[in-house]
Write a protein that binds this ligand. Structure first.
Ligand code: AMP
Ligand code: MG
Length: 325
């Protein structure tokens, strides 16, 4: 079973040594917990795929602690990348650029591009710094399942497959990074923790491409981020079947007459301010889904949230959890 370690300097140095020797470490970032290995070590990266049961067509994001590290990963860092990095790094934005030959093909699933992010979480930054190498890290969950926002979530899914989990509490942002491809007309490959509206303020209109038959980003698969319990987005009246045990994922606290129809309710936000409510909802989303998923329900009904700012990423995750084309 994995050792769950507090994020002390000493433990981070131990974890960094594990990374340097080709091992895997689960660690917190501001988005979700990541499963990290040395990005320049193809064997370590192969183990990431194995542990997650991740299909090999699905490339992995490389995490850096210093902007200069990007030069070890990419051929050319164009002006737009510099502008976006200046504005949003460290933070929940992943930038896709042409890769340098140094980056093993297994990291990028054979693509000639590499996805790079500088996380803002101090524990992630220290771990990368002590490891003295960029860290390849997808979310620390089994492929297609709910993303982990606590060390406990990681332990439940991967505890018997990895050696170390660094525990630094819950993740601030709670949804994965926004992925933007800059190798052509700027294109969003995954909606996430950096709102598209904020990106457009800096570089102008961007294309949004989050679904396709040949995904360049697993965020583009139509079923992903899924609980085991079937999830249905509420689009009108809820008709709970006779004897059906239903849970409710509510954006705001529901009235009592609605609440009493459900076996279990998770409320995502408490603020009256919409932006703050969406921030809270993103932060609580996966934890709430993990709890509903463990409650032995027949079905989870999910309320829609307004599709602005972080609301876009939340609705994207709910649609994928529902898994309907
Ligand atoms: P996760 O497994 O949750 O970390 O998701 C990583 C995301 O980054 C996925 O949507 C990947 O497909 C995307 N990604 C990583 N590398 C690339 C790349 N070279 N080109 C396009 N998307 C990428
Ligand atoms: Mg993931």
């Amino acid at each position: 079973m994995a050792q769950v370690l507090k994020a002390s300097e000493e433990n981070l140095k131990i974890a960094a040594e594990v990374i340097r020797k080709g091992g895997l470490v689960a660690f917190p970032t501001e988005t979700v917990y990541g499963l990290g290995g040395d990005a320049f070590n193809p064997d370590a990266v192969a183990r990431i795929f194995e542990v997650k049961e991740r299909p090999s067509f699905d490339p992995i994001i490389v995490h850096i602690a210093d902007f200069d590290d990007i030069r070890r990963l990419c051929k050319k860092v164009d002006e737009r990348a510099k502008i976006l990095a200046e504005r949003f790094w460290p933070g929940p934005l992943t930038i896709v650029l042409k890769k340098s030959e140094n980056v093993p093909d297994i990291v990028t699933a054979g693509l000639d591009t590499v996805a790079v992010r500088m996380p803002s979480h101090p524990v992630a930054r220290k771990l990368i710094g002590y490891s003295k190498t960029p860290i390849a890290a997808p979310s620390a969950n089994l492929f297609g399942r709910l993303s982990p926002t606590t060390a406990e979530h990681v332990k439940e899914q991967l505890g018997d497959r990895i050696d170390i989990i660094i525990d630094a509490g819950r993740c601030e942002v709670g949804v994965e990074s926004t992925v933007i491809d800059l190798t052509k007309e700027p294109t969003i490959l995954r909606l996430g923790g950096t709102p598209v509206e904020e990106i457009e303020k800096v570089i102008g209109r961007v294309k949004i491409l989050t679904r396709s038959d040949k995904p360049r980003s697993p965020g583009q698969l139509s079923k992903h981020y899924s609980p085991k319990t079937p999830l249905r987005i509420i689009r009108g009246n809820v008709a709970i079947g006779h004897g059906e045990k239903a849970g409710l994922l509510a954006f705001r606290r529901p009235d009592d007459d609605i609440a009493k129809r459900f076996e279990k309710i998770e409320v995502l936000s408490s603020s009256n301010d919409l932006n703050e409510a969406l921030r809270q909802a993103a932060q609580n989303l996966f934890s709430a889904l993990h709890r509903l998923d463990k409650a032995n329900l027949d079905v989870i009904y999910a309320e829609q949230v307004p599709e602005i700012g972080l609301g876009k990423a939340i609705m994207d995750r709910l649609r994928k959890a529902e898994g309907v084309e």
